[in-house]
Write a protein that binds this ligand. Structure first.
Ligand code: 1GP
Length: 254
């Protein structure tokens, strides 16, 4: 039986195993060359494969999901920028509520449009608290969501926001500096969020070195997300991906 995507993340967390997610932007995938992407996916073997982004120009979402499903065993999880970014070919969706912001459209509005579509598609829903963090540049996610990100040096705001999200029943927290962020989220912020909530913590945005990955994992990230580096430097992405093995510890099951 195939495990649900959330149960993989949760089981890894409980075992002390660090998880890795790769994020593919459909706009940047050349469908003629997708076998190359697939080769790399097989090499890196992420725990979670995310597809999506804040803004999509092309109509390739469905095609990319279909091609990956046809040629690999990976479960495909949608990382949508809005309610149009849904493919019924996917396995799961991060149902993101942008709880760091005060824009009702991204807290609940888009969700109302998306809910019946997701229900019909029958895909796994992962209720996710999405926190945008100011990591030194205005990212597409910030601009498109029309929200103020959490200030870089205010870990307590991120922690209280994550706690509120957990109290509302969200099943994981995604701290995101946004694609191509100038710097990664600070270890201090990740650490405080980790100390505050029990749900799995996902950290992404600007992770482009082994050191940045280690810092995020050691501070408490259960899963890191690599996007830009996977697009730009697959060799380095492979090295970064190996960090999770070195840092995983073995927690005996209860
Ligand atoms: C963006 O967290 C992801 O939402 C990945 O960010 O592209 O900077 O790796 P990068």
């Amino acid at each position: 039986m195939n495990l649900s995507v959330y149960s993989i993340i949760k089981a890894n967390q409980e075992k002390g195993k660090k998880s890795l997610a790769l994020l593919l932007d459909p706009d940047k995938i050349d469908l003629q060359q997708i076998h190359q992407t697939i080769q790399l996916l097989n090499k890196i073997s992420p725990d979670v494969l995310l597809i999506g982004g804040s803004l999509m120009l092309s109509d390739k979402l469905n095609k990319v999901v279909e091609a990956i499903k046809a040629q690999t065993e990976f479960a495909v999880t949608l990382f949508p920028g809005n309610s149009l970014h849904i493919s019924d070919k996917a396995d799961a969706i991060l149902f993101l509520s942008l709880i760091s912001g005060r824009n009702p459209d991204f807290l609940i509005g888009q969700h109302v449009h998306a809910a019946p579509v997701i229900k019909r598609a029958g895909i796994e829903v992962i209720p996710t608290g999405y926190l945008l963090i100011d990591c030194g540049s205005v990212t597409t996610a910030n601009y498109m969501s029309n929200t103020t990100p959490v200030p870089y040096n205010k870990p307590e705001i991120a922690a209280c926001t994550a706690l509120a999200g957990e109290m509302l029943g969200l099943k994981c927290m995604y701290l995101d500096g946004g694609s191509g962020a100038a710097k990664p989220i600070s270890p201090e912020m990740i650490k405080l969020v980790k100390q505050t909530v029990l749900v799995p913590i996902v950290v992404g945005g600007g992770i482009r070195s082994v050191e940045a990955a280690k810092n995020a994992y050691e501070a408490g990230a259960d899963m890191i997300v690599l996007g830009t580096i996977f697009e730009n430097n697959t060799e380095l992405a492979t090295e970064i991906a190996a960090v999770r093995e070195q840092l995983s510890v073995s927690i005996p099951s209860k």
